[in-house]
Design a protein around this ligand. Structure first.
Ligand code: ASP
Length: 395
């Protein structure tokens, strides 16, 4: 009995009970929103300091900057190739399945989203005030500053370096201790989060867009199981199913919170404590991955673009499909790791391909539901990447 009562198993129970309670006791679940919000706030509370400290400690404890270059190149190659593979899977699937778009509701009101362009993407990369970036939770700024700071500290005299690294190393351990306390609350947190979404949205909306939903989920599952599974097996030389069993807590939290960054404390804990990922690798690869590596989001952007083109009766040329491939990859890298971020960056794909932005209003109703699947895949992709890089760098 005691063996069954683990946080992982109770989290699954929490998700199932949350769905049932959302369906049958919607009023109760709506009034319990504060429970899920509190869980989410607790996770978010430690994320930004954790990103800064874990990347710093990871780089500062490498034996040389050559190791950083080595790990960095491997991470970037992994992120880009798997994201591109995800988009390709999305494009291929939508070429096989022809959408039946008769009777698709045209959506209530167009969403208020500012167009996302390549210029904003580049402008948003460099922080002008790092404290503002910390306060606003701009993960990419914090990562950039942390890398610069760590490289600078590595070049200090031994005595100074030891003091700075020692301080942040202790801070890292303390933050991870807090993370462990919060993780113990996961079953209750996910129960409330999932129950609220089901009670708030209902499941009726899914039915009207069932074909689109099925293609996105089918594509995402294919990528998560077959593509990433094969990469794990062939490149990392480990069994992806065994690994999943060890780290599934993080995937379930991603599914429930729809936020890769809020899931980061859990990913760091399970990857190092249960998944056998080297601490230095996890500390660098997981925060970076949570911010830029989003396979589920990339695949979803590609499928959504083709779906909306069908709804508006637009025949996509090969050139437009190539544009979808490029912009969906960029849009996934640029998406913040928070709920619905992928929907915002979708404007980049739509503008590039020449699709009407009103199209987003059509798919917004099922966005939260699909966000669960894409965020779970985003985090699963990060975890596989961490394990592969850990294997390749520790030969
Ligand atoms: N919610 C996703 C994440 O945090 C991003 C998205 O909206 O696709 O990974």
């Amino acid at each position: 009995m005691k063996k069954f009562l683990t946080v992982e198993n109770l989290t699954v129970v929490g998700i199932v009970l949350g769905i049932l309670a959302g369906l049958f006791l919607p009023e109760v679940m709506l009034s319990l929103k504060v429970v899920g919000d509190t869980f989410l706030n607790l996770l978010k509370m430690i994320v930004i300091p954790l990103i800064f400290v874990s990347i710093f400690v990871s780089i500062a404890s490498l034996s040389s900057l050559k190791d950083l270059k080595d790990m960095g190149i491997k991470a970037v190659v992994y992120y880009f190739s798997t994201t591109a593979l995800a988009v390709l899977t999305g494009v291929v699937i939508t070429n096989i399945v022809k959408f039946d778009v008769s009777g698709i509701p045209k959506g209530e009101e167009p969403p208020q989203v500012a167009p996302f362009t390549v210029e904003t993407f580049i402008n948003n990369l460099i922080p002008s005030n790092i404290f503002q970036s910390f306060a606003e939770g701009k993960a990419i700024h914090v990562i950039l500053f942390s890398i610069l700071f760590a490289v600078a500290v590595v070049g200090l005299t031994e005595a100074k370096r030891e003091k700075v690294v020692g301080f942040f190393d202790g801070t890292n351990d303390a933050l991870m201790k807090i993370a462990r306390w919060i993780i113990a609350l996961t079953p209750v947190g996910v129960f409330s989060l999932i129950g609220y979404v089901v009670a708030d949205k209902g499941i009726g909306v899914i039915l009207s867009l069932w074909q689109y939903v099925a293609v996105v989920i089918g594509g995402i599952l294919f990528h998560a199981v077959v593509n990433l599974g094969l990469i794990a097996y062939l490149v990392g030389r480990f069994n992806p199913f065994d690994y999943f069993k060890k780290v599934r807590e993080a995937v379930l939290v991603a599914f429930s919170t729809c936020s890769s960054s809020a899931t980061l404390p859990v990913s760091l804990e399970v990857a190092t404590k249960k998944g056998g990922v080297d601490k230095k690798v996890a500390g660098f690869v997981l925060p970076l991955g949570a911010t830029v590596n989003m396979d589920g989001t990339a695949l979803y952007e590609a499928v959504a673009a083709v779906f909306i083109a069908s709804v508006f009766g637009i025949e996509l040329s090969l050139f437009q499909q190539v544009l979808i491939f490029i912009t969906a990859t960029l849009a996934a890298v640029g998406a913040a790791s928070i709920p619905s971020a992928g929907l915002v960056t979708m404007t980049l794909v739509f503008s590039a391909v020449g699709l009407p932005l009103e199209g987003i209003a059509i798919i917004i109703a099922v966005d939260r539901f699909l966000d669960m699947f894409r965020t779970a895949t985003n985090v699963w992709g990060d975890l596989i990447g961490a394990k592969i890089i850990s294997r390749l760098t520790n030969k």
